[in-house]
Design a protein around this ligand. Structure first.
Ligand SMILES: Nc1ncnc2c1ncn2[C@@H]1O[C@H](COP(=O)(O)OP(=O)(O)OP(=O)(O)O)[C@@H](O)[C@H]1O
Ligand SMILES: [Mg+2]
Length: 196
């Protein structure tokens, strides 16, 4: 970019992760509204905290209250939403923090963009069928979407593109605890965290 010059800092990511004694990576939960992303992410964060890891959870609605409050839900806004989140996630990873995100992130392309931008990217597909999400409807949003009170609702009148090759698939048939254990086992097995 013209007249904007990257500044190299003396303290780097590797200094910070040494200080924190952890690796930094991003666990990216994707799935329909009501699939369980926030519920699983919260439990996972508690589990990592108990094990002594510094984490940060980026969650859809909260980000839309602040950083992305100027964005809507049309396709262009959704892409910009994710692009900004990816940049924020990148800063957290550079800070040495284990980052967990819980966004519907319905498009393959946007998830690809985050993967490329953040590198240590673990894509987790929360595979809950739409019928089950409609049954749960924790925020009453499906009811509104089906009544056409909300437009561009993922799974109703906006597409959800399932991941082809996610690192992990979580089944809605498992309890939240079982799914969190599956994630923790994966992180240990791949050497992202220690078994402690
Ligand atoms: N096995 C399960 N795993 C996760 N959540 C479950 C399970 N069984 C029931 N639930 C319930 O399903 C709901 C999932 O809602 P949650 O807010 O976590 O979804 P979300 O994917 O974050 O949706 P949104 O994209 O709208 O934020 C919660 O009310 C949770 O208690
Ligand atoms: Mg959520």
């Amino acid at each position: 970019m013209k007249n904007i010059i990257w500044h190299n800092h003396k303290i780097t990511k590797s200094d910070r992760i040494k200080l924190l004694n952890q690796k930094s990576f991003i666990i990216w939960l994707t799935g329909l509204s009501g699939s369980g992303k926030s519920t699983i992410a919260n439990k996972l964060e508690v589990e990592l905290y108990k094990r002594g890891y510094l984490t940060y959870l980026l969650d859809g609605d909260n980000i839309r209250h602040g950083l992305n409050k100027d964005l809507g839900f049309d396709d262009k806004s959704r892409v910009e939403n994710i692009r900004r989140i990816a940049e924020v996630a990148k800063l957290f990873l550079d800070a040495g923090v284990i980052t967990i995100s819980a966004f519907i992130s319905p498009f393959k392309n946007e998830r690809k963009l985050v993967r490329e931008l953040t590198k240590d990217f673990i894509e987790v597909f929360v595979d809950t069928p739409i019928e089950e999400c409609i049954k749960r409807d924790p925020k009453g949003l499906y009811k509104k979407a089906l009544n056409k009170e909300i437009k561009n609702f993922t799974g109703i009148d906006s597409p959800y593109e399932k991941p082809d090759n996610p690192e992990i698939i979580l089944s809605y048939k498992n309890s939240v605890e079982e799914n969190v254990n599956k994630l923790i086992s994966y992180l240990i097995q791949k050497g992202y965290i220690n078994d402690k």
